[in-house]
Design a protein around this ligand. Structure first.
Ligand SMILES: [Zn+2]
Length: 258
């Protein structure tokens, strides 16, 4: 066997070449066109995968978010749900950018907005938890311009698209979280304490892309805290938000949402 191979060293390649040549000559051009179309299609999916920026709230110039409430903290809950949301969105065909590399990395709200702008985000999803005498979740979007640190914003298009994204996310949250958490609906930034003073949240004022802020639970409420501390609660929250993202900006492998 060895002798034969050595003696005819170049012949196997010549054989392969002739078989390939014969095959190509009988393959219809349509076949090559369809292969090319698939390759171009795959390339365009990769190029056009929408970018979702996930912004796990805190620590920022506003607060550390580390106050323990009912056995957990806002910064921890936001980080935990963000990890689950990132995994889901990547599986659905999105490109995901996080605004910080670790739970306790401090990033200002202006810098968080700039990360969204630089990434050319189809949507920035800001994850927070509320603290109040109330309970449940709410989805916020800039409903009017505000001014902070010498800048007035966001623009009309960002306000329009952010409102649409907030509505989409709220629909999915209302569906999946019904009976689990109180539905606080869709609200304008102007209803927040900071928004009341500035007109909009700092992260919205500096945003050049659609941006929503989700108060996922009211962490000062014992029932809400128990829900979001459980793996099942975190998973459901991430699924609800991911479906809402898909409703606003579908990706190649997004779940079909109605
Ligand atoms: Zn917060």
């Amino acid at each position: 066997m060895l002798d034969v191979l050595r003696g005819n060293r170049h012949e196997p390649m010549a054989f392969v070449s002739s078989v390939l040549a014969a095959s190509f000559s009988v393959m219809p051009i349509a076949f090559f066109r369809s292969v090319a179309a698939i390759l171009i299609g795959l390339q365009s999916v990769a190029q056009h995968a929408p970018t979702i920026v996930i912004d796990p709230g805190h620590p920022s110039e506003v607060s550390s978010g580390a106050t323990i409430q009912n056995g957990t903290s806002e910064v921890h809950v936001a980080w935990t749900v963000a990890q689950r949301l990132a995994t889901l969105l990547r599986a659905h065909g999105y490109r995901v950018v996080m605004t910080k590399p670790a739970e306790r990395t401090s990033v200002t709200n202006v810098e968080r907005a700039r990360i969204g702008n630089t990434a050319g985000a189809a949507l920035v999803v800001r994850l927070h938890c509320d603290a109040s005498k109330d309970s449940g979740y709410a989805v916020y979007h800039p409903d009017r311009q505000g001014t902070a640190q010498g800048r007035t914003g966001p623009g009309a298009e960002v306000m329009r698209t952010s409102a649409a994204a907030a509505e989409s996310i709220h629909v999915s949250m209302a569906q999946l979280l019904a009976g689990k958490l109180k539905d606080g609906g869709v609200r304008g930034d102007s209803r927040t304490a900071v928004g009341e003073q500035q007109g909009a949240l700092t992260g919205s004022i500096f945003s050049e892309v659609p941006v929503v802020l989700i108060e996922m639970v009211t962490l000062s409420n014992a029932h809400d805290a128990a829900f979001i501390e459980s793996a099942a609660g975190q998973s459901l929250m991430a699924q609800a938000i991911a479906r809402g993202v898909a409703r606003y900006v579908p990706a190649s492998n997004s779940p079909k949402v109605r």
